[in-house]
Design a protein around this ligand. Structure first.
Ligand code: FEO
Length: 392
């Protein structure tokens, strides 16, 4: 993709990755992604904000072909999808100074071998004037690494936010063309990447609140021409109040767990609770992470393999624990052949889930009427507990 103008000073010079289907060897990318970089020019001075993933080296360097001199390279984040080409850009532009947060300095040295002599660190709130433009650097730790910062270009009222407010979405339009992206790609991105850092993100949203922001230019996905909706969505996602929703990741080997999940889904839906089952035979982890952004309750469905949970369930439980969703309640449905330690094992795997365990229903073999009645009772308990919290 050729450079595209954002405004009179700024061109988007990054790369769209239409074909990538997995990020970090973990996160599915149904809609590809982009690695956005921005070139700022004023009065003969030039700054590049971010580089791109090394797999798109050819795109970035083609877009920089006419740039003979670079004064600054601004790096908000040390993760390689943005920082991976910093050494090559610095080699091509020997006069360029790399701007980053103090925490990023050693991380860039470790991750991509940036020579520390090329780096100038900036304090929180520090400004840099270039060709009559003012860059204000704001430290925003833990969105989603400790060194992350953003840059506010005062005269143009643009916030360059790196991963903050990003979305994995490949599209030819530079700007958000349909705000459903916020509830789909941006929320999914938040669930996958940002959710464990809700408290830090809340503080960083407060830091940004006084700024007059006309555009948010993230480093993944399209630019927000009207930042109000994405900022309001982030406020909602980081809040401690969940919604009247239940996520049920499950797997079934011989049909018993599936029978109980089906019964629970029906019982919850009949009581006005929004419920989403995820059969782990073939699951989109991004969809699960999206539902976990709002869910008040997680019910895990698993047969016993030997005596523990099914390994695919264990993997998802491990992920849910790492993502630290704002769950209020957890429970388990399961079935075993001759014995089990499903409940103890799952409890030991989820120390980060500060949620109350509602009585699990675990049966030997096929569920009997009494056990299905216990599933109905669990549905009733979940609906009542959600109602008591006033969840909508
Ligand atoms: Fe897009 Fe955390 O890197």
């Amino acid at each position: 993709m050729h450079p595209r103008p954002l405004n009179a000073y700024v061109d988007a010079v990054g790369a769209i990755d239409w074909d990538r289907r997995l990020f970090d060897s973990l996160i599915p990318l149904p809609d590809g992604t982009s690695y956005n970089a921005y070139l700022v020019r004023s009065e003969g001075k030039t700054a590049l904000i971010e580089t791109v993933d090394p797999s798109k080296r050819h795109v970035l360097f083609a877009n920089l072909e006419s740039v003979e001199r670079l004064d600054y390279l601004i790096a908000h984040h040390a993760e390689q999808d943005h920082s991976g080409l910093i050494p090559e850009v610095l080699a091509r532009y020997p006069e360029a100074v790399l701007i980053c947060s103090p925490k990023a300095k050693s991380m860039l040295a470790d991750h991509v071998r940036v020579a520390e002599g090329r780096i100038r660190t900036v304090a929180d709130g520090e400004t840099l004037t270039m060709g009559g433009l003012t860059f204000e650097f704001i430290h925003t730790p833990w969105v989603h690494w400790p060194e992350t910062m953003v840059t506010y270009l005062r005269e143009a009222k643009i916030l360059f936010s790196c991963d903050f407010f990003g979305s994995h979405a490949a599209q030819s339009d530079l700007f958000v063309r349909d705000e459903s992206l916020i509830d789909l790609a941006a929320k999914r991105y938040f669930g996958e990447i940002m959710m464990p850092f809700r408290t830090a993100i809340q503080k960083n949203l407060d830091r940004l609140a006084p700024l007059d922001i006309a555009l948010i230019a993230p480093s993944h996905g399209p630019v927000y021409g009207d930042p109000k909706a994405i900022m309001a969505a982030y406020r909602d996602w980081v809040s401690e109040t969940p919604k009247n929703e239940v996520a049920i990741p499950y797997i079934s080997m011989h049909g018993s767990t599936a029978l109980m999940v089906e019964r629970l889904v029906s019982g919850l839906a009949g009581r006005g609770v929004c419920v989403t089952p995820f059969n782990l035979d073939d699951v989109d982890l991004g969809k699960l992470a999206t539902v976990l952004v709002d869910a008040a309750t997680l019910v895990i469905g698993t047969p016993a393999v030997h005596i523990g949970p099914h390994p695919r369930v264990a993997s998802v439980v491990f992920l849910a624990n790492a993502l630290r969703p704002k769950l209020k309640f957890v429970s388990i449905l399961g079935s075993y052949g001759w014995g089990h330690k499903i409940t103890d094992t799952i409890a030991a795997m989820t120390p980060n889930l500060k949620a109350e365990m509602l009585p699990p229903v675990i049966c030997r073999g096929l569920p009997r009427e009494a056990e299905l009645a216990a599933v109905d009772a669990l549905a009733g308990t979940i609906a009542a507990r959600h109602a008591a919290l006033g969840l909508k």
